[in-house]
Design a protein around this ligand. Structure first.
Ligand code: BG6
Ligand code: MG
Length: 216
């Protein structure tokens, strides 16, 4: 029986499904540059930072851009993405996510966000979830991306909790690796074939209850 005191949540793909908005914005950028961008390619960008995502997209298309040009392209993509997430609604929270966050807090555990996104504040505000987090660690506060454990270690620290007393909820392989590297328990959200290194895999947070966490 483990002594769990805090839950650290990835955002995109665990609490909200923003992958579709990232896809539309990257596709529009790719099309403006004269090539296409597929849903399969988009899958590979889950959990990957904005800057690294652009580098990969340009690499796949065989295109070279200067650092200055890349900064402009990433900003252009982000402005379209922000336009889309600015009208997100509480109904877009993934099934069971709000309820699970409430249950975790009612059970006396702390909650933190651990996301690569620099837009997490806007998303949590738009979906009405901001008040359910004791700490927010996101792309604005880290210097190393997942699979580096920094984002989760900072979350544990902000909650005054030892890593082994934390459970991470993640949909990306890089995020599972990050949690493990940080010495935390991890619940994968998605397919067991892909997330096989997690301690437990569920299809969504709706499958979970706090009881399950004590048996990880
Ligand atoms: C992650 C997403 O949560 O955040 C990635 O899975 C995204 O697809 C990354 O690239 C960075 O997001 P943002 O909002 O800072 O562009
Ligand atoms: Mg994710």
């Amino acid at each position: 029986m483990s002594d769990i005191k805090a839950c650290l949540f990835d955002l995109d793909g665990v609490i909200v499904d923003t992958a579709v908005y990232h896809y539309r914005a990257w596709k529009r950028l790719a099309n403006e540059l004269g090539f296409d961008f597929t849903e399969e390619e988009n899958e590979k960008l889950k959990g990957v930072s904005r800057v690294r995502s652009l580098e990969l997209i340009l690499e796949w298309a065989g295109i070279t851009k200067t650092e200055e040009e890349r900064a402009e392209l990433a900003a252009r993509k982000n402005s379209w993405y922000v336009d889309m997430i600015s009208s997100m609604q509480p109904e877009e929270v993934l099934p069971g996510a709000r309820e699970f966050l409430e249950e975790v807090r009612a059970a006396g555990m702390k909650t933190a966000l651990g996301s690569a996104s620099k837009n997490s504040g806007l998303i949590l505000e738009r979906t009405g979830l901001l008040s359910l987090f004791d700490a927010i660690v996101d792309g604005n506060s880290v210097t190393a991306s997942k699979p580096d454990p920094q984002v989760f270690l900072k979350g544990a620290e902000a909650l005054n909790t030892a890593p082994h007393q934390c459970v991470v909820f993640e949909d990306a392989v890089a995020g599972i690796e990050a949690a493990k590297a940080g010495g935390m328990k991890v619940v994968g959200v998605g397919s067991p074939e892909i997330l096989h290194d997690a301690d437990l895999v569920v299809k969504g947070l709706y499958e979970l209850s706090t009881d399950l966490l004590y048996h990880l």
